[in-house]
Design a protein around this ligand. Structure first.
Ligand code: HBI
Ligand code: FE
Length: 293
């Protein structure tokens, strides 16, 4: 069977939230995470993201009920949160987005995992991703991205389109009159990266460039070495609308760009020192076999 065959047995990935089943410890973990991030995100998160948190009534009171959020989100932009068990296969993920459905996990991290966990949990999905789905332009971008993803799988562009998601939806920054702000879900749901992405001298901050991003490798195990800055959500949407068929053909022959590279053609907001990752590499070299942290 080809690797890109459509996923069968899709039902196994869906799991409704069952809000009544959370215990007080799980609600407390949510409260701790929410309070901590709400404080850090003041003056750091994009205003549209903060407006989304408020509009969807995502608060420190406890784990939100997807049904209540869906009432509000549906009226705002027609998006719907659907409960899933964890990561879903690419084809399913893209088709859900194309249908204005966002798959969200219903489990919450444990107290031991407060600062870091590998797989997305509900705090990442709901606190991180869903607020901006209440913004009409970002909502349209996410749907356009899903449609683009479905096509990318037919055209051999999966890696290219996945990098676009990574450097926008997960780790994007936006330029505002008050300076750079965070809109990426992977950043807003992370205590350390919320500060590092905006204020640390180490990472590059480079203007959004679709083809450049589609060629840029990324790291999944640590803070990013480069963040890309959009001017507006309209820009994201407009650039994602065209048919990427010629883009994938053009990119096929071009070399991969390393996460920390800065190119002569880049619109550089900040050229990173790379000090953070250099220190980590030095640490790993002196302690072979040791984990980075
Ligand atoms: N599944 N639940 C879930 N959440 C994601 O963010 C996700 C996924 N499956 C695949 C996927 N992301 C990737 O295709 C994106 O990185 C493009
Ligand atoms: Fe995510």
């Amino acid at each position: 069977m080809p690797a890109d065959a459509p996923t069968a047995d899709r039902d196994q990935y869906f799991k409704s939230q069952n809000w009544e089943a959370y215990d007080s410890e799980q609600h407390d973990i949510w409260k701790t995470l929410f309070r901590r991030q709400a404080e850090i995100l003041k003056g750091r998160a994009a205003p549209e993201y903060i407006a989304g948190l408020d509009a969807l009534q995502v608060t420190a009171d406890g784990i939100p009920d997807f049904r209540r959020m869906n009432d509000i989100l549906g009226r705002a932009t027609g998006w719907e949160i659907v409960g899933v068990t964890g990561l879903v296969p690419h084809d399913m993920f893209f088709e859900l987005l194309a249908d204005r459905k966002f798959p969200a996990t219903s489990f919450i991290r444990t107290r031991e995992q407060l600062d870091y966990l590998q797989e997305p949990d509900m705090f990442h999905d709901i606190f991180g991703h869903v607020p901006l789905l209440s913004n009409p332009v970002f909502a349209d971008y996410m749907q356009a991205y899903g449609k683009g993803g479905v096509k990318a799988m037919q055209l051999g562009g999966l890696e290219n389109i996945s990098r676009l998601y990574w450097y926008t939806v997960e780790f994007g920054l936006i330029k505002t009159a008050d300076g750079l702000r965070i809109y990426g879900a992977g950043i807003v749901s992370s205590k350390g990266e919320s500060v590092y992405s905006l204020e640390d001298a180490s990472p590059n901050r480079i203007g959004f460039d679709l083809k450049r991003i589609m060629r840029t490798d990324f790291r999944i195990d640590d803070y990013q070495e480069t963040y890309f800055v959009i001017d507006s959500y309209e820009q994201l949407f407009e650039e994602t609308r065209p048919d990427f068929t010629p883009v994938y053909a053009e990119l096929k022959g071009q070399p991969l760009i390393q996460p920390r590279d800065v190119l002569p053609t880049d619109r550089v907001f900040h050229r990173g020192t790379n000090a953070y990752h250099a220190a980590k590499r030095a640490q790993q070299a002196t302690a072979p076999g040791q984990a980075a942290e």
